[in-house]
Design a protein around this ligand. Structure first.
Ligand code: NAP
Length: 256
């Protein structure tokens, strides 16, 4: 489907048993953040279905011979029906770590970061998967928060309206009826964490950065913390920030 209106009600709501280890579908499982999400889920005892565009690439990047990891082909631009097949009837939640890959196609952000995410949400609605954790970005709503001339806001939107595409996708998630956590990180770093996670409400952070390890951790921890439900959280890390529990961090953000 092409990112339009919500077409049908969530067909079935799955009960949440926080103590049982579940199967989690990770879209964008070969990405710099996605692969960390996969690794952290596995190390916490979850079963993982990694949705990837290229199976061969995934086999070289993701842990080998782990019986808890399944790798499936899933291009988010190919529509919700195909994605529903990939997610299957055995996934309990979806973590979306996709992002367009820069190239000549200036519509790629719209196709991947907006329509692709909408397709994932619609696939979840078809299947009755009622937990969606989405990695977005700070500044998606930059224009409304007085950051129209923030260089990062300008740069990312010049690259094919990336932040606007992400904002549209977020709106679709928020009105889907699915239990969501939208995580908006600051600039992503590959190096290990150097500070503690700072978590703030939507449309408050306009600068800062964070290790991808911590972004993956926040996404995985959201699964185990009901305090994260129906929330948009913005995250960066700071060396002078206190070390707070995830219950406390998620609990401090108001529900939408
Ligand atoms: N870079 C930053 O500083 C920054 C800051 C804030 C937020 N973010 C956002 O955080 C998220 C993760 O960023 P990242 O840098 O870790 O990501 P990344 O390394 O660029 O990975 C992007 C992932 O999306 C996948 N993907 C691209 N097009 C797809 C499609 N049509 N269907 C399915 N999967 C597709 C890629 O697959 P392949 O591996 O096959 O290419 C890859 O797995 C992104 O949404 C990004 O925009 C980034």
């Amino acid at each position: 489907m092409g990112g339009g209106e919500i077409t049908e009600e969530v067909s079935e709501r799955k009960e949440t048993n926080l103590n049982a280890k579940k199967k989690i579908f990770v879209a964008g499982g070969t990405g710099d953040t996605g692969k960390r999400v996969v690794e952290q889920l596995l190390s916490k005892g979850f079963s993982v279905k990694a949705g990837v565009r290229h199976l061969e690439k995934a086999r070289t990047l993701l842990p080998n011979h782990n019986p808890s990891l399944q790798i499936v082909q899933a291009d988010v631009t190919e529509g919700s029906a195909k994605l529903a097949e990939a997610i299957g009837d055995d996934s309990d939640a979806v973590i979306c770590a996709t992002g367009f890959r820069p190239g000549w196609d200036l519509t790629a952000p719209w196709k991947v970061d907006n329509f692709g995410t909408v397709n994932l949400v619609e696939a979840c609605r078809k299947l009755g998967v009622n937990r969606f954790i989405h990695i977005s970005s700070i500044l998606v709503n930059g224009a409304a928060m007085g950051q129209l001339f923030n260089p990062a806001y300008i740069f990312l939107n010049v690259l094919g309206l990336t932040l606007v595409a992400k904002l549209h996708a977020e709106r679709h998630i928020r009105k889907s009826g699915i239990n969501y956590t939208i995580i908006r990180p600051g600039g992503l770093r590959n190096d290990p964490p150097t500070g503690n996670v700072v978590m703030e409400p939507e449309d408050t952070l306009y600068e800062g950065s964070i290790s991808r390890d911590q972004v993956a951790e926040v996404a995985v921890e959201a699964l185990d913390h009901p305090e994260s439900s129906f929330k948009v959280v913005e995250i960066v890390s700071r060396t002078d920030a206190p070390n707070r529990s995830y219950k406390d961090l998620f609990g401090s953000i108001k529900q939408n």
